[in-house]
Design a protein around this ligand. Structure first.
Ligand SMILES: Nc1ncnc2c1ncn2[C@@H]1O[C@H](COP(=O)(O)OP(=O)(O)OP(=O)(O)O)[C@@H](O)[C@H]1O
Ligand SMILES: [Mg+2]
Length: 452
């Protein structure tokens, strides 16, 4: 059985003023908020979107763009001028006052920016307040509130009074109160905006973690694009009452619908939003570990690169450089595995670029990208990384950028391959390769090695 969407907003309008019908007619014909100003104040114009269960859906836009008006229509605090809102399949627009109370208790709760904690109640009783309204007994509601307070890091402050807490802590009590209510859907209107940047960042991370753990659906309003990009599975961008784009953070960042959105995303911390998977190039230079050092060297020669990724059973083992391989060949070592640079793990496809940047700073090698099974799915050369961070047009497929050029002259690689592929040299330590000064030119024997 598939769940109904958590929320469906269908062609929502909210028009204040004396002539809403007249304004509506013109808005439906495409008029802007400014053009109907004589007839009314068009707070929200034809907003439609769907929020799936377990999703963090962010509504973002400048002050006055209509965000709060939208969110208030989602839980029936404001009746729309036109349109409908379904919460888990039930219309809140058509619901009676009694039904609406039920929906708010069971399905949808709200965290405001400056929600009032009840000053005469302890942190614990504030957190348990929604359950009290629901008629849950004292012991049970206190036990459940305690559990949630632990989750938001306030377990040791349960008995404090609100005025003994910092702003950030109070905000967390508000979050705990909404979480304790046990509703599937949380509406959060600028819930973190009053916090200083460090605490705010911490709260954002905590919210993502809580959401993963508890699987709630969250509609989060913010005018801060970095916050939107960090939290949102999807983001709706609002301007002058209309939703001008609705997409994933990456879609909005890499393919803004118009100049307004493009201007918005200019200052985004791209490293925190883009994932390794979104910027990686297909892995070009790879070799199976079984191909040995000569196999690796051949790939480097053919592609003219200074490093290759070593694969075993499709899993990524690590990277080898041309210098290391040439040295091994000259020392008559054949085992590629021992050359793989350890201590430089790959990044996961879903990792943000911040992690990739760290790797790229440590070493000039392209950063390997793996999936859940540890399979190599791409690499990120430094140039690709820099292009992504600087929003430079992506590299075309026909002309792959090779980040690490060969550090050993091609002629030396060719000569080394030729010598090693002499009979005996390939059989292991017993057959020492000739010193570089006596390298033979690459001859027909090279083909024997190639067929191995
Ligand atoms: N009761 C009202 N009467 C008339 N106009 C209103 C009313 N409430 C809101 N508006 C107008 O509707 C528009 C949207 O307001 P809303 O509060 O939804 O914006 P917002 O995006 O939440 O802004 P902010 O970021 O400042 O909170 C604004 O232009 C506002 O002036
Ligand atoms: Mg608002």
């Amino acid at each position: 059985m598939t769940l109904p969407p958590a929320i469906e907003a269908k062609n929502l309008f909210k028009v204040y003023g004396r002539h809403p019908r007249d304004a509506m007619r013109r808005l439906r014909a495409g008029a802007t908020r400014a053009e109907v100003a004589d007839a009314g104040s068009a707070a929200v114009i034809d907003a439609s979107f769907t929020v799936q269960p377990g999703e963090i859906f962010v509504i973002m836009g400048l002050s006055g763009s209509g965000k709060s008006t939208v969110i208030r229509m989602l839980n029936g605090l404001l009746p729309p001028t036109a349109g409908d809102v379904l919460v888990q399949g039930t219309s809140v627009v058509k619901a009676s006052a009694k039904e609406l109370r039920g929906i708010r208790q069971r399905s949808i709760s709200m965290v405001f920016q400056h929600f009032a904690l009840l000053p005469h109640l302890s942190v614990l009783d504030n957190a348990a307040y929604a359950l009290e309204i629901q008629g849950v007994g004292r012991d049970e509601r206190r036990a459940r509130a305690r559990e949630i307070l632990d989750r938001v890091g306030l377990g040791d402050r349960a008995d404090a009074m609100p005025d003994e807490l910092s702003g950030g802590m109070r905000q967390r009590v508000g979050l705990a109160r909404a979480l304790t209510a046990g509703t599937d859907i949380l509406l959060m209107d600028e819930a973190f905006s009053a916090l200083d940047p460090l605490i705010r960042r911490e709260m954002q991370e905590q919210l993502v973690e809580l959401q993963r753990e508890l699987g709630r659906t969250i509609v989060f309003i913010t005018h801060d694009l970095n916050e939107a990009m960090f939290l949102g599975d999807r983001i709706a961008v609002m301007r002058d009452g209309r939703i001008v784009q609705n997409g994933t953070p990456e879609e909005i960042l890499t393919d803004p619908a118009n100049d307004y959105v493009a201007q918005f995303v200019q200052d985004v911390d791209r490293a925190r939003v883009l994932t390794a998977g979104s910027v990686m190039a297909p892995p070009a230079a790879t070799t199976p570990v079984s191909a040995g050092v000569r196999g690796a060297l051949r790939v480097m020669r053919d592609l003219q690169v200074g490093a290759v990724s070593v694969i075993e059973n499709r899993r990524f083992l690590g990277t080898v450089t041309d210098r290391a391989v040439i040295r091994a060949v000259k020392d008559s070592r054949t085992d590629l595995r021992s050359l793989v640079r350890s201590g430089r793990p790959a990044v996961h496809v879903d990792d943000p670029l911040t992690g990739v940047v760290e790797r790229a700073v440590e070493s000039p090698l392209p950063v390997a990208v793996v999936d859940d099974a540890g399979r190599l799915v791409g690499t990120i050369p430094r140039v690709t990384l820099l292009a992504a961070l600087g929003d430079v047009p992506p590299v075309t497929r026909e002309n792959p950028v090779i980040d690490l050029p060969a550090s050993v002259p091609a002629s030396e690689i060719a000569q080394t391959l030729a010598v090693v592929e002499e009979p005996g040299a390939a059989t292991g330590p017993a057959g020492r390769a000739a010193p570089p000064s006596r390298l033979a030119p690459e001859g027909p024997r090279a083909m024997e090695g190639a067929s191995r």
